[in-house]
Design a protein around this ligand. Structure first.
Ligand code: COA
Length: 395
């Protein structure tokens, strides 16, 4: 199924062309006040809540996970034909051996739909019973978001579907959000997806970034449980720092007048600039600064989440971090005294899939029989924004 690509066969040049244009301290113990009786069970999903809405707290559990990556991939040897690099350098500095890249009919929506169907199947939840879809992504197929096209692709007719952008922290932020909707008692089934196709924004001439990123998607189904004390989210911690934004960007740029032959309308009366075609620049990154940011913030945020959960690193069964660089993963694992048997790493196979990396790693670890029911999983994401977030989950 998976085939390595010959650079002539693969559309890296096309890519390059297009991209150039292109509350409570311990939630387990948290109590919530019921302010009014529950709404009648006959109320249609998605209908507006009345002002005096009732929130009957519920518990939440992880019911299913799934993943999907593009069929085609680029090895380090493939990249060494594009830029001045080599397999040994990439593996030593990053741990990456290959990365999958979308081609043909594949899209962010198709990957997200594939991963979601697998997660729903594992959960035994019908798509029509999903109340909410949170799609964490920085690279939607449409500027207005892709959650709704994923919703349509999987047939989740009753769901509200929205995008959430928090870069590589997006999936962790999405899971924390999704669990809170369930904890409030209003939603029973929430689908959280982490998906990115950053190959669209990679500059395939820049050896500092093109070696890192790959495309991929993971999904998780969260469902409610009757006992509010039975919650899979034991502690979380989330942050952003926009003063560091310049360290990792893919900025909007207006190509004034492009493809319009100067016949486009002005932006507004009296303004000289014609309407142009918008595009996003290639990914720009200060690798060393991002590296330092990651090794500083990840141990700190995981420690805070553990503290909120009333736990220590000895309670961690598995560390599932954002897969950005093996050296960053190793630094965090060492800080918590975790051996390789407790650390989930698949960066060698997929590179950095941004919002997709944490759920892909989780889905693989579950499929391989490593993560099992009852395990305590420490997870953390970090990246553009800058953003960083962690959560302690009970599987
Ligand atoms: N192949 C070969 N040599 C490369 C190279 C490549 N792909 N990329 C950079 N180099 C060279 C540099 O030019 C430099 O050469 P010089 O010493 O002659 O000037 C040397 O290798 C060291 O470069 P440096 O940038 O210091 O490497 P590094 O050890 O910091 O590794 C990254 C670079 C990008 C792998 C690393 O900084 C990193 O992973 N940062 C975090 C990025 C990240 O995680 N981003 C996403 C967050 S969500």
């Amino acid at each position: 199924m998976m085939a390595t690509l010959s650079m002539s066969a693969f559309s890296v040049r096309a890519h390059a062309r297009s991209t150039l244009n292109a509350g409570a301290r311990n939630p387990v113990k948290a109590t919530m006040t019921t302010r009014a009786p529950r709404l009648p069970a006959t109320r249609a999903r998605g209908a507006s809540l009345v002002a005096n809405a009732a929130f009957t707290p519920a518990g939440a559990k992880i019911a299913g996970v799934g993943m999907a990556v593009p069929a085609q991939y680029l090895t380090n040897e493939d990249l060494s034909e594009l830029v001045d690099t080599n397999d040994e350098w990439i593996r030593t500095r990053t741990g990456i051996g290959k990365r999958h890249v979308i081609s043909g009919d594949e899209s962010l929506t198709s990957l997200a739909a594939d991963a979601s169907k697998k997660a729903l199947e594992m959960a035994g939840v019908d798509a029509e019973d999903i109340d909410l879809i949170l799609l964490s992504t920085s690279s939607p197929d449409d500027l207005f978001g892709s959650a709704c096209t994923v919703q349509a692709a999987i047939g989740a007719k009753g769901a509200l579907a929205v995008d959430l952008t928090a870069a590589c922290s997006g999936f962790v932020v999405g899971v924390v959000n999704g669990i809170h909707f369930i904890r409030g008692g209003e939603y029973k089934n929430v689908l959280v997806i982490g998906a990115d196709v950053l190959s669209r924004y990679v500059d395939w001439r820049d050896r500092g970034t093109c070696i890192l990123f790959g495309d991929g998607c993971g999904a998780m189904v969260l469902t409610s449980t009757p006992n509010p004390d039975d919650c899979c989210l034991l502690g979380f911690d989330m942050h952003s720092d926009g003063t560091g934004n310049h360290n990792l960007t893919a900025k909007f740029t207006a190509e004034i007048g492009a493809e319009t032959d100067g016949k486009s309308k002005p932006c507004a009366a009296g303004e000289a600039a014609p309407s142009g075609r918008g595009a996003f620049c290639n990914i720009g990154m200060n690798g060393q600064e991002v590296f330092k940011f990651a090794v500083r913030t990840v141990p700190d945020t995981v420690s805070k989440s553990l503290d909120k959960a009333g736990m220590t690193s000895e309670d961690i069964d598995f560390l599932v971090m954002h897969q950005a660089n093996q050296r960053i993963i190793d630094t965090a694992a060492k800080r918590f005294g975790l051996g390789p048997e407790k650390v989930v790493s698949n960066i060698a196979k997929y590179g950095n899939t941004s919002a997709g990396s944490v759920p892909i790693a989780m889905a693989e670890a579950v499929e391989e029989g490593r993560i099992k029911e009852g395990d305590i999983v420490a997870t953390a994401g970090f990246g553009a924004g800058l953003t960083w977030a962690s959560a302690i989950l009970r599987w």
